[in-house]
Design a protein around this ligand. Structure first.
Ligand SMILES: C[S@@+](CC[C@H](N)C(=O)[O-])C[C@H]1O[C@@H](n2cnc3c(N)ncnc32)[C@H](O)[C@@H]1O
Length: 274
């Protein structure tokens, strides 16, 4: 088990790349960062004020971090920088309306912090854990959490969702009332990873695009087998952002035994990937 990253959280294990569009890129970018690319476009200022309120300055600081350090470290493509506000920050912040006051939230596959860090910025009442297996991304997340002054409400867990659910290296299994994810995996695999992290009666809130209804039709049976209720589709930020963000929600109705996972410490005895 690696514990080379820390805010309030734990770290461990490798991860994989799921399908789906995402700004996060595995390769390092050679382009120079442009902090001005993260400037809030005037036409989005009203939506940003609505969604971030008096935390707008903090959101702007995170936008700049993504457009500079995030680009330099290859976590976000340089072409994404001018789209940070509409495609990423506002879209993710809109999902806050689906999360109850004071909720504990696990964000699975946070990457550079989407949507978890954005939600933590918009909602200081949330207790947020960012779950991300890749060391380069958790290093960025830990530094971002510290730099933005969010250590009281955000922790970073380095490891896969399956490891978080199983508990590893002396830590008990992680659970939360709400489990968020964006661009991590198709709904069946996502449910297998996220439902065990939801407290019974808690909810998975998965950001999905136009594919939401098709994914539900394709994977509803698998979701039910995993103990999930009937998936429902919700549009967030109606009248604030265009288009609104689409989420699929699944309540953890039944507790189903999760498949056993090999923990990072066991893997390390046989030589582990990094
Ligand atoms: C395409 S990126 C999306 C990142 C971010 N959510 C976004 O929307 O920009 C998918 C992320 O999921 C992480 N991931 C893959 N498999 C995972 C697993 N089993 N548990 C947790 N995270 C995982 C990857 O390391 C990667 O950072």
């Amino acid at each position: 088990m690696n514990r080379d990253d820390s805010t309030a959280g734990a770290v461990s294990g490798p991860g994989g790349m799921p399908p789906g569009p995402s700004p996060v890129r595995a390769e390092r970018s050679g382009d120079a960062p442009d902090p001005t690319a993260a400037a809030l476009p005037p036409e989005l200022a009203g939506a940003a004020r609505t969604l971030f309120g008096d935390r707008l300055d903090l959101a702007a600081a995170y936008a700049e971090l993504l457009a500079t350090d995030g680009v330099v470290r290859g976590l976000i493509g340089p072409r994404e920088a001018p789209r940070i506000w509409d495609r990423h920050l506002l879209n993710c912040a809109a999902v806050a309306e689906r999360i109850p006051e004071g909720a504990s939230v696990l964000d699975v596959g946070s990457g550079a912090g989407l949507p978890g860090l954005v939600l933590a910025i918009a909602r200081p009442d949330l207790a947020m854990t960012l779950v991300e297996p890749l060391a380069r991304r958790t290093s960025f997340l830990v530094e971002a959490v510290q730099g933005l002054g969010l250590t009281k409400t955000v922790r970073v867990f380095r490891g896969r969702a399956e490891e978080a659910a199983a508990g590893s290296a002396g830590m008990g299994p992680l659970t939360a009332g709400i489990v968020t994810a964006r661009a991590v995996a198709p709904l069946d695999r996502l449910s297998a990873w996220c439902l065990p992290l939801a407290a019974p009666g808690g909810r998975v809130v998965a950001m999905k695009g136009a594919s939401a209804a098709d994914e539900i039709a394709e994977h509803a049976e698998a979701v039910a087998r995993l103990g999930g209720g009937e998936p429902t589709v919700h549009r967030c930020g109606v009248g604030v952002i265009e288009p609104p963000a689409t989420v699929v929600e699944i309540v953890r109705e039944r507790v189903v035994a999760a498949p056993r996972v090999q923990t990072a410490s066991k893997r390390s005895r046989g030589g582990r990937r990094r």
